[in-house]
Design a protein around this ligand. Structure first.
Ligand code: ASP
Length: 314
């Protein structure tokens, strides 16, 4: 499988690292054509707003930058997270999210939750206000309510677009990644040199039996350490089986291999297992990579001193 590469090595051109934010809006594997113009405009607008609104937080907090960016993307119906979450086999929307701070490796995650307007905010509450790391289902919803997270009615999350996607595959035995991409994620390096990562998703259309993907699993779809911050997207089962995000962070710590090579090799491992997807990653020097082995991945980046850059296709 060919891997589209997007890399940067800011430490080679500047003596000091650049505070930076990277975001993705998913790398769905099924749909090979181009997006409709309307869907593309909706997605590009969401990416632009996420980068613009989160950019200034790079001054003081990577954790704040990734939570703002992911919250904006969750509010945009173009993406499979929060408001635009895909439907389960039963016609419900069950969301997963995780957030992690690199400097302390503090983490918070939730899975299988319904009705939480911004699942990433609930995950952040777990990180900051719970002795636990990972809460699921009704327990996670109760905790989120106690912590003051905003809930919304099913109508807020509903879209005919997602419903039609469910109907088109419900009678098959398969699950499907959103035909038009969708899981969202962010990684950031702030002005203090602290890294953070966050990922949020509705998972896979037609998922069953409380299925949870890689996104909320610390070390699989989301990970941050003092050496790297990683958010993945793609067919979650494969990312879980390869312990994807922690493998990248640990290779950054223990080897001298450049970040973009590590990410490309990690995606090769996914392809060897039979899966597809993409990743955004930053290291402590501000080097970054955004490779994917699907036809496209919504993605963007911004630094404190630059304007947002957005891309979709390889
Ligand atoms: N990784 C997500 C999951 O398997 C889906 C995606 O990234 O599109 O739940």
């Amino acid at each position: 499988m060919t891997i589209a590469k997007a890399t940067g090595n800011s430490h080679l051109s500047t003596p000091r690292f650049q505070p930076r934010l990277l975001i993705h809006g998913g790398a769905g594997t099924l749909f090979k054509g181009r997006l409709s113009p309307e869907r593309e405009v909706l997605a590009r607008t969401g990416l632009q707003q996420a980068l613009e609104q989160a950019k200034s937080a790079l001054e003081h907090s990577a954790l704040e930058a990734v939570s703002i960016a992911v919250s904006v993307l969750e509010d945009c119906p173009a993406f499979n997270a929060g408001r635009g979450a895909v439907y389960t086999h039963e016609g419900t929307q069950e969301m997963d999210a995780a957030i992690m701070l690199g400097s302390t490796q503090a983490a918070g995650a939730i899975a299988g939750v319904k009705g939480i307007k911004n699942p990433i905010q609930a995950a952040r509450q777990v990180l900051e206000h719970s002795p636990h790391v990972f809460l699921v289902g009704s327990g996670a919803e109760t905790f989120a309510r106690e912590r003051g997270c905003v809930f919304a009615e099913p109508a807020y999350f509903h879209s005919d677009y997602r419903w039609q996607q469910l109907l088109s595959i419900r009678n098959s035995q398969s699950t499907a990644l959103d035909h038009n991409l969708g899981t969202v994620g962010a990684v950031a390096l702030d002005a203090h040199g602290v890294l953070a990562a966050a990922t949020s998703t509705g998972g896979m259309t037609n998922k069953r039996y409380g299925r949870v993907g890689d996104s909320p699993l610390i070390g699989c779809g989301t990970y941050a350490s003092p050496w790297g911050a990683i958010s993945a997207t793609g067919h979650g089962e494969y990312f879980i089986r390869s312990a994807f995000a922690a493998t990248i962070a640990n290779r950054l710590r223990y080897s001298k291999t450049p970040l973009h090579i590590i990410c490309e090799e990690a995606l090769e491992d996914i392809a060897q297992l039979g899966g597809g997807g993409g990743v955004i990653a930053l290291d402590a020097q501000g080097n970054f990579a955004m490779p994917f082995n699907t036809g496209r991945m919504y993605r963007g980046t911004v630094t404190l001193s630059s304007s947002p850059e957005i891309d979709i296709y390889a």
